[in-house]
Design a protein around this ligand. Structure first.
Ligand SMILES: [Zn+2]
Length: 255
């Protein structure tokens, strides 16, 4: 009896060594769920899977059900996103996107529009200027929070719902654990930290803008990094996740 196979388009987000010559490829499906499959021989030099199933590759694959993990039987690269692997700066600015997808995605749990959003962000990173890359990464991460149901509340109090005015230059009370800004009346009973209102305004802006708009508006690096720091803390304290690649981007001094 023939082994059942299925054809699907995937985005490669992680590779794990398996035995001497094989890899386990983790990928995002078009429905936004996470999957994984074994690519046999993918660690052998010159193996066709090696180049078609690289990090950041958008690929059409044929997957056969195995007794254990499914097996990739064919792969065709649709978009290699080569710049995001080969250029150190772009790699640093793009890797948190894959890292976040690998950590936040769930098997058999579709997230509508996640795949399209990831592809849109990577496409902008493929063609943008160096200094715009951190802004696109930051925009992806805050949009991801919203898409997964962890949207930060930046302009209303998480405790009572009152409006929290945001003016450039001001400082506001914020609770990463509770998930947003805290008004002056509530700050005595919520654990908060001070955060620049400008950072919250940038979070709000990047949440609402399409990636092409983010690229064209040339967000100042300082603002991009303020939002990346915000995202790093949000991952840790609100979602209990540590993204090593984001930590690297924040501490490497590449930008
Ligand atoms: Zn309040």
């Amino acid at each position: 009896m023939a082994t059942p196979t299925k054809s699907c388009r995937v985005l490669v987000v992680r590779k794990t060594k398996l035995r001497e010559t094989d890899l386990i490829i983790a990928f995002l499906h078009e429905d936004g769920s996470l999957g994984q499959a074994v690519a046999r021989g993918a660690r052998k030099p010159g193996n066709t899977f090696a180049s078609r199933l690289e990090y950041f590759c958008l690929a059409d694959v044929l997957i056969a059900k195995g007794r254990g993990l499914p097996i990739v039987t064919e792969a065709r690269c649709v978009n290699a996103h080569a710049r995001l692997r080969e250029d150190v700066l772009f790699n640093a600015a793009s890797s948190p996107i894959l890292d976040a997808l690998a950590k936040c995605g769930q098997p058999d749990l579709p997230v509508p529009r996640l795949f399209d959003m990831a592809c849109a962000a990577l496409d902008e990173l493929r063609s943008c200027q160096e200094d715009d890359a951190p802004a696109i990464c930051a925009a992806f991460l805050v949009k991801l929070f919203a898409m997964l149901g962890f949207r930060p509340r930046v302009s209303t109090c998480v405790s009572c719902g009152a409006q929290v005015p945001l003016e450039h230059g001001a400082w506001r009370d914020f609770s990463f654990v509770e998930g947003g800004a805290v008004c002056v009346d509530c700050r005595s009973h919520v654990q908060t930290q001070r955060i620049e209102a400008t950072t919250l305004l940038w979070v709000q802006t990047l949440l609402g803008q399409p990636f092409a708009h983010v690229r064209e508006s040339h967000v100042p690096l300082q603002a991009s990094f303020a939002v990346l720091h915000f995202a790093h803390q949000w991952f840790r304290e609100h979602m209990g996740l540590n993204l090593k690649s984001l930590n690297f981007l924040l501490t490497s001094g590449l930008f």
